[in-house]
Every structure is written in C-alpha cells, then in structure tokens.
Design a protein around this ligand. Sequence first.
Ligand code: ADP
Length: 274
Amino acid sequence: MSECSHDCSKCSEKCASRDKSSFLAPQNPLSNVKHVIGIVSGKGGVGKSIVTSMLATIMQRRGYQSAVLDADITGPSIPRGFGLKPASVVGDENGMFPPKTKTGIEVMSLNLLVEEEAKPVVWRGPVIAGTVKQFWSEVVWNEVDYMFVDMPPGTGDVPLTVFQSLPLDGIIIVASPQELVSMIVSKAIKMANLMDINVLGLVENMSYFKCPDCGKEYKIFGDSNIEKLAEEYGIPLLARIPIDPRLTKLVDSGAIELFEGDYLENAADIIEKV
Ligand code: ADP
C-alpha cells in the first residue's frame, strides 16, 4: 500500500480511513431520521432545489413525514419555495428545532437562521461543511421517514465532506440537457461510485418546453444524451421535467407544495423502496 495522501477521491485502497462510518457526524440523540436521500447536481441553477422540494412534497402527500436539510449553504433557496421566513428557528439546550412548512415538512436552512437573506455567505469550505454537520447533529429532527438533502453543487471539497458526513441511503442526480452533453454528470456519478454511494437515478430538468397554444414540444437546451448515459452507468432515468413557468411562479410565491403534475412520481416510487 502506498503512503496515504488523505485524499480518498484519488485513491482506491480499501483502508481504515476509507471506512465510511468514521466520517459520519452523529445524529442528534432526540432525532430519528430513517432515510436520507441526497439531491445532487454538477453545477448550480439546474433545478436541484426545486426537485428536492417537490420530492419532499410528494412523500408528505403519500403520508410520510418528510424533511429537507438545505446543505447548499452558499445558495440556500429551499425556504423561499416553501414560503418560510428568515430568522424563524427556535432552540433550547437540546438543539435547534426545524420550522415546518404548511403541509408539515421539517426544514433547516441557513436562510432560516440569518436576518438578511440577501447577504452573501463568504465562508471557507471547512466552515460550510461544519455548518451542514451541525444541521444534522444539532437540529432536533423528529420522527422523519424521508430526509432530502439539497447538496452543495459540484464535486469539490465541500460536497465531498457532506457526502462523507451524512448517512446517505442514496442520491438522485439532477441535470439539465446542457450539462448532460458535457462531462459534469459523469463526474458526479463517478464520485458517488468512488465513495460507495448508491445512485438511485437521474432526473433531467428543463428538458423541453411545451407550447401552451399548440402543444408542440421545443427542446430549448437542445437534445441530451441522458438515455445513453443512464444505460452506460446502469442507472435508471427517473424523470424528464419540462420548463414550466407555473413551477417558477409557485417557487417565487412560496407555494411549491401546491405543484401539480406527476413528473416525479416514478422517482418517489424508487425512494419508497429504499
Ligand atoms: P439549483 O438548486 O440547482 O441551483 P433551483 O432549483 O434553485 O436550482 O432552480 C433555479 C431556478 O430555476 C429557480 O428560480 C427555479 O424556480 C427555476 N426552475 C427550476 N426548474 C424549473 C422548471 N422545470 N420549470 C421552470 N422553472 C424552473
């Protein structure tokens, strides 16, 4: 065995420091989270947060208790979609209590702790990763059936630490057709494989736009190779979500829980079997 560089992403040795459990942050003693699903993307702005919010909503509609941990610390957009207000977290000696959405989904996000949502988070990587660990260890999550983690985008240092800190049952990768033709998605899949994390499937967002007048579908971002990619890596293609201005409107008005459409039912079926 060669000398350890402490960079597991560049090494395939099955050594003790690779033991996943050694990196896991402890769950709060008062929390009982049964399943943790990470929602991942190669870059920001592709719809990771909206997919996270919609999946949490579907599982809540199906009678489960959902929760969302917003680990996208530098671009936290989960509270806005659910209409949750800044500085709305209360706590006591046991930890912080996650605010609940209108349908009862528990949410924790940096934007729920700060007074000013628009202030940028100018923090170094370890501080960001430490905050995510605190959201897991110092938040009193109740009985949660499915927790969805809106992961920091990319395959850098921060997502790597978050991947190692939380007991993920699996991840769902969200991408737009543009990234699918590049290497970004392949990189995210390879990173998950390297870390022994189960990829539950791919979601293609902003796949097309359906003209409300004539019903014709337009591929605004061009054709994607998602089917080829899914086949190449043996990963299911879970959904193709169109560009739908009604979704943008619901997010902007804090009412994402009212979304209609069955785009993500397939993904929810897979999550139910985790
Ligand atoms: P990310 O979490 O990947 O940064 P978001 O989920 O915040 O991306 O989405 C970026 C923006 O695009 C948001 O304003 C969101 O409402 C909008 N958006 C995402 N997906 C769709 C879609 N399918 N149709 C319409 N608007 C969308």
